[in-house]
Ligand binder design. Structure first.
Ligand code: UD1
Length: 417
């Protein structure tokens, strides 16, 4: 069986510790390849995407071991074995191996990376940015081969603040001769984590967290110990789960300093939030005020990864809300599933839906088709009358260590079957 069952109608109460950040961990694991040394990455989330990356690092010849909820990685000898196509295609983050292996070995053969079915997800900007650093690409229907005779610094202007492209340029840029400047860089906290990790390894990177990042390439790198911050998207999921189900929760270690836009929307939707360095306390207020418009945007805007979760909560809110998805072009696949539960949502086009609130969702069989949409269906199940069965839990476990255990700790009636 591959499903999660939720019995709705129970408010949430208590404390849950937020796991380490998926989107920060994956590029940092790829970055350990650059050091040729031993690193320890603490507070790694035990999720499928991390297991896939662990597998890929082993295929490349790294010694990788779990120790106290962290990964010890020794990357001194790399062999350029063929990496299993299945693992490459199973997640988008295998694209980080482009920047990391070009930096370490000067060449790489890679199947096209996969990932969630939330949009077209091309890699054209990755390729054109790396070409500016001295990489040549050859590709066919199966994958691509990249090679360089020596990376050199460049000033790279990004057409859009892509998270993955910014990270790939950083990975290659620290190994390039001379200075690299990324203009129009993404500002996500996960990029700051990657730069902090690399700086701990001996790199010199400045400007992370702004749209202009400077890298002084070619410095010798060494291994380090680094602890992952908590996952802002998991924290946001549980924050909205609390609004959906009612009650009050403490989200231990939730990185409130990275969540201003999320907390602002949560407050508009009827939450009272108290933030501290230890986490976020959230209390659902009885009456849900009206949110008329929500638009996703690159950081520091509202994250696309929480759009589906908010969609679930909006089905019960008062009034109408226009939800605009500005990052991906296929991120409303959950709408059909919410409609099966009785939600009133109209798809206007690939980027906009209109949610008519006030529905009382009914438990039924629904299907998770991707990671964040799957988590949003769990949240919908908490709000629904009766029993909701969510098929496709494997997608949810790509990013959530144990969503059932976490929500059980808060008193939800939820089981994995
Ligand atoms: C990362 C996150 C993902 C999040 C997203 C946006 C990881 C592992 N994943 O994904 O959870 O939802 O940022 O915050 O960190 N694009 C192109 N060409 C390219 C690259 C991107 O057209 O070469 C487009 C994409 O199709 C998308 C947009 O740019 O429409 C943004 O993508 P990007 O910021 O690159 O997202 P990811 O790094 O894939």
């Amino acid at each position: 069986m591959d499903s999660i069952q939720v019995q709705g109608g129970t408010g949430l109460q208590g404390t849950v510790r937020i796991q380490g950040s998926k989107n920060a961990t994956l590029p940092i694991l790829a970055a350990t390849l650059l050091t040729g040394d031993e690193s320890y990455i603490g507070n790694c989330p035990r999720i499928t995407d991390v297991y896939h990356m662990e597998n890929l690092l082993r295929c490349l010849g790294c010694k990788v071991n779990w120790e106290n909820h962290g990964l010890r990685i020794q990357s001194s000898s790399i062999c350029e074995n063929d990496m299993p196509a299945e693992a490459i295609k199973s997640m988008r983050s295998s694209v980080f191996l482009l920047g990391a292996l070009i930096g370490r070995c000067g060449r790489i053969t890679l199947d096209y990376p996969g990932g969630c079915v939330i949009g077209e997800r091309p890699i054209n900007w990755h390729m054109s940015a790396l070409e500016q650093l001295g990489v040549r690409f050859y590709q066919d229907a199966c994958g691509l081969y990249a090679v360089t005779e020596g990376l050199h610094g460049a000033c790279i202007k990004l057409p859009f603040p892509s998270v993955g492209v910014t990270e790939n340029v950083i990975l290659a840029g620290v190994m390039a001769r001379g200075q690299t400047c990324i203009v129009g860089a993404a500002r996500e906290p996960e990029i700051t984590s990657l730069c902090d990790f690399l700086n701990c390894c001996g790199a010199r990177i400045e400007g992370m967290g702004t749209d202009c990042i400077h890298i002084w390439g070619g410095r010798p790198l060494h291994g380090t110990r680094y602890r992952m911050e908590a996952d802002r998207i998991v924290a946001g999921t549980y924050l909205f789960a609390c609004i959906a189900a009612g009650g009050s929760c403490f989200l231990e270690e939730a990185p409130a300093h990275q969540m201003a836009a999320v907390i602002h929307v949560a407050e508009q939707m009827g939450a009272w939030c108290d933030i501290s360095p230890k986490g976020i306390f959230v209390q659902a207020l009885k009456k849900h005020p009206v949110l008329n418009h929500l638009s996703t945007a690159p950081y520091p805007g509202f994250p696309t990864d929480l759009q589906s979760v908010v969609l679930s909560v909006l089905t019960a809110n008062e009034g109408e809300c226009l939800v605009e998805e500005r990052i991906f072009e296929n991120r409303f696949r959950i709408v059909e599933e919410l409609q099966k539960m009785g939600a009133s949502i109209q798809i206007l086009d690939r980027h906009r839906v209109l949610v008519k609130g006030g529905s009382i969702l009914q438990g039924t069989h629904v299907e998770a088709k991707e990671l964040r949409g799957g988590a949003a269906l769990v949240v919908a199940g908490l709000m629904a009358e009766g029993n909701t069965v969510i098929e496709g839990k494997k997608y949810i476990y790509r990013g959530y260590e144990n969503i059932c255990r976490d929500l059980q700790e808060l008193g939800a009636r939820i089981v994995s079957v």
